[in-house]
Design a protein around this ligand. Structure first.
Ligand SMILES: CCCCCCCCCCCCC/C=C/C(=O)SCCNC(=O)CCNC(=O)[C@H](O)C(C)(C)COP(=O)(O)OP(=O)(O)OC[C@H]1O[C@@H](n2cnc3c(N)ncnc32)[C@H](O)[C@@H]1OP(=O)(O)O
Length: 301
């Protein structure tokens, strides 16, 4: 099935000039802790000395620390209701999260109100699919300080072929240049049901009938949940548990994960870049790969 518009309807100039609406995000210490639990913090040990600070702080919840992948939630506001892009049609039930790129400019406060400025960062025609990239820059309300940036790549199955020409349409407004093995605890069968409470209520992750219509035998795990598990493991193993060491996160979702599967993340340190790959143990299948740039190395490594 192709949801692409006909060539005459597709006008790249119109699409690239299209302004996307700003969104707002407000969160507090409770949201921070629910997110951390959703990506498995303290999942194996309720008093884990590295992970407890993401969920509870002895000096009060205002001191709870925020995992860097928490910022990925700020990109959802513009995406969950669907985007209205002129001359571009797609079937939302066939959408998959393809990649996520994150820059964190300073550690996030335990509660904040943010203004998210959203723009179209890329669009590619891959024939059988279209790839759409949405950039979200999040500013703290009041100080107007830029805290973080997310670039979300959505893989729209069946929406390719819209630029019927010898050179398929490809637009990107950003530069293209942007062994240690660790076992991450098995995800719980309820992992997606807990993670959705952080704000991504897409029924693909909870409703068996919606999952079947999208071509899956059962609901699949959120890509950003898998990313949260992987980056948390890197913080634990490479950053000595310090979430503020993380500067940039990049990940591509290679294959779907089903809640309850065991995730194993392998990581390799190259200077201040950690290259990582996450596999599902039961199927020996790579499901996520990417890199994390860190600010420095702790002396205990
Ligand atoms: C208009 C959009 C509005 C959005 C509205 C609602 C959005 C809601 C919120 C947004 C967040 C997204 C929703 C969240 C959903 C999920 O979490 S889904 C779960 C996480 N994701 C996955 O499980 C996906 C796992 N990956 C796959 O299943 C496959 O990799 C794939 C994406 C289906 C692609 O496989 P395949 O069709 O076999 O592709 P290829 O033939 O290998 O490659 C074709 C070209 O596409 C490029 N490519 C391949 N994979 C990706 C990828 N993950 N990201 C980006 N690009 C990819 C590949 O390089 C090929 O390009 P060329 O080399 O140029 O040919």
């Amino acid at each position: 099935m192709s949801m692409a518009t006909s060539d005459s309807e597709f006008n790249p100039d119109l699409l690239l000039a299209h302004k996307l609406p700003e969104t707002r995000s407000t969160y507090n210490e409770r949201d921070v802790a629910i997110y951390a639990l959703g990506v498995g913090a303290c999942g194996q040990d309720a008093v884990d000395s590295v992970e407890l600070k993401f969920v509870y702080h002895e000096n009060g919840q205002e001191h709870v620390q925020v995992l860097p992948t928490f910022v990925s939630l700020f990109s959802l506001g513009s995406l969950t209701d669907g985007l209205d892009l002129p001359g571009f049609k797609y079937d939302p039930s066939l959408l998959l999260h393809g990649q996520q790129y994150i820059e964190v400019y300073r550690p996030l406060p335990s509660k904040a109100s943010l203004i998210n400025k959203v723009s179209l960062a890329g669009l590619q025609d891959k024939g059988k699919a279209a790839i759409l990239e949405i950039e979200t820059r999040s500013y703290e309300q009041g100080s107007d300080e830029l805290l973080c940036m997310n670039r979300t790549t959505v893989f729209l199955r069946g929406a390719g072929g819209f630029s019927n020409s010898s050179q398929p349409f490809s637009y990107k407004n950003y530069p293209s240049n942007q062994g240690l093995a660790v076992k991450i605890p098995q995800t719980q069968p309820s992992a997606a049901l807990l993670y959705r409470l952080s704000g991504d209520y897409n029924p693909l992750h909870s409703d068996p009938n919606v999952a079947k219509r999208a071509g899956f035998p059962r609901p699949i795990l959120h890509g950003l949940c898998t990313l949260g598990f992987a980056i948390k493991a890197i913080i634990k193993c490479i950053c000595n548990g310090d979430p503020s060491a993380v500067k940039t996160i990049s990940g591509r979702f290679l294959a779907t994960v089903f809640p309850g599967e065991t995730l194993i993340t392998e990581m390799w340190l190259q200077g201040l870049r950690v290259i990582y790959q996450t596999k599902v143990k039961e199927r020996n299948k790579a499901v996520l790969s990417g890199y994390v740039d860190i600010r420095g190395l702790s002396s205990s490594l």
